[in-house]
Design a protein. Structure first.
Length: 448
């Protein structure tokens, strides 16, 4: 097992990783910028590496500074968490060159899966269902229009690199196609330094479903699915699981395991899909890292996914068999973002009072506390509240009661929106698509 691990991240995921490392008797180091020098993960770490930069984001994106820090303090491995450099093959390769283990897939696998076009191609070989789309990057407008006509509208233009909904645009007709193409290319180039985009058939009335996979490079298993269709700006705010029948779970689970084996995947991975009205699945992408919503799976499967990923990185073989994975009960996670619940605009500021709920089946993953200053520079996620109950109906009721106990003053959060969603009839009846918030505009209208 590793002796010392560096966490190359911040916020709630840094604290989450730290807890698993401590349970494995591993020393914990962490990088931090000036905005986070008094943060809870930094205060609790055994050692900190200060990387001061004018741009707050740069402290967590400076590959050479992080690698040098890792070498200087003699860590065995680096855990990237999610976001920042978590999917960066250059970062993984630089660590490999220094003899430091990147906790996740190797740089070659990251490169393959980080390019959505190559990921589509290789996962199609594994038997994953793929939506009709362009096989190469789109560069020429005339050629692109021909491909668009063959695919048919509506379609979606996507950035080949990156994620988070950046460089993504739904196009309903030919008149809007060229301007949407130019917009996506520009956004992709600006955000990822890579202006390549591709076209894919847009799945109307779709649900977003993802499968959690763990692989040691040879063997792979899955821990079932999570339902992630309630989103704003293509980013999830509520996740839950399970969602599918046992038969469908087994069918799709078998395919994603094949996909992980095909690329020699090592560590945690999430295979994301859209499911149409007829129940057909279409592969979206593989997220080669721990997901924000991994907690849902931990609650229903009774495992520490982060610890399992660390053990795999340390050279341990997968000891759990697929037959030993037992999904029980129902879990729901809500993301407590510092955002206005009606406009969805960020709401940074000081937390004047912070009191979290508790009770059986209630889990809080958060790095904030009374007096914490929420920076404007980073993602607005303050906390994740996850609950478990024997049934979905009970889980919804427990989550509503749990949210009623939260005391957070000093800034706006999404809690009022979450309460409205949890009480809404279509949500209760599982009549949910990725356009749920657009189809229920009163949810983000104050007073309704």
């Amino acid at each position: 097992m590793f002796r010392r691990v560096l966490i190359a991240n911040r916020g709630e995921i840094a604290l989450r990783i730290m807890r698993s490392l401590r349970c494995l008797d591993i020393e914990v180091a962490i990088i931090y910028g000036k905005e986070d020098r008094l943060s809870l993960p930094v205060r609790l770490a055994d050692e900190g590496i200060y990387i001061p930069r004018e741009d707050p984001l740069a402290s967590y994106l400076d590959i050479e500074a992080i690698v040098k820090g890792a070498v200087d303090i003699g860590v065995d491995a680096v855990h990237p968490g999610y976001g920042f450099l978590a999917e960066n093959p250059t970062f993984a390769r630089r660590l490999e060159e220094e003899g430091i283990k990147f906790i996740g897939p190797n740089s070659e696998v990251l490169k393959i899966l980080g390019d959505k076009i190559s990921a589509r191609e290789i996962m199609a070989k594994a038997g994953l269902p793929i939506a009709k789309g362009s096989e190469e990057p789109i560069t020429n407008v005339i050629e692109a229009k021909k491909i668009a006509e063959e695919i048919g509208f509506p379609l979606i233009i996507k950035a080949a690199a990156g994620g988070g909904g950046i460089g993504m645009q739904v196009v309903n007709n030919d008149d809007d196609f060229e301007s949407a193409l130019n917009l996506c290319q520009g956004r992709a180039l600006s955000a990822f330094g890579d202006g390549r985009v591709f076209i894919e058939k847009f799945i109307e009335g779709a649900q977003h479903i993802e499968f959690q996979v763990l692989s040691d490079g040879k063997r792979a298993i899955h821990f079932g699915e999570r339902f992630c269709s309630i989103q704003r700006r293509h980013q999830k705010i509520i996740e839950e699981g399970p969602w599918l029948s046992d038969e469908v779970r087994d069918e799709i689970g078998e395919i994603v395991v094949k996909g992980a084996k095909l690329v020699g995947y090592e560590g945690l991975a999430t295979f994301e899909f859209l499911r149409d009205k007829e129940g057909n699945f279409y592969f979206l992408e593989v997220n080669p890292r721990v997901q924000v919503e991994h907690t849902v799976t931990e609650m229903i499967a009774g495992v520490d996914l982060v610890a399992l990923g660390i053990k795999i990185a340390a050279g341990k073989e997968l000891t759990i068999t697929q037959e030993e994975v037992n999904i029980r009960g129902h879990a729901i996670e809500v993301r407590i973002n510092a955002e206005n619940p009606w406009t969805l605009e960020p709401s940074p500021g000081r937390v004047w009072e912070c009191i979290w709920p508790g009770g059986q089946g209630v889990r809080i993953d958060s790095h904030i506390h009374t007096g914490y200053d929420v920076p404007a520079s980073f993602d607005s996620l303050l906390a994740k509240i996850i609950i478990w109950s024997p049934t979905r109906e009970e889980a919804i009721k427990k989550m509503i009661a749990t949210l009623d106990e939260v005391i957070l003053t000093g800034l706006d959060t999404l809690i009022p929106l979450h309460k409205k969603i949890l009480n809404e009839e279509d949500f209760k009846n599982k009549e949910i698509t990725i356009k749920y918030l657009e189809e229920h505009p009163k949810l983000i209208t104050r007073g309704f």
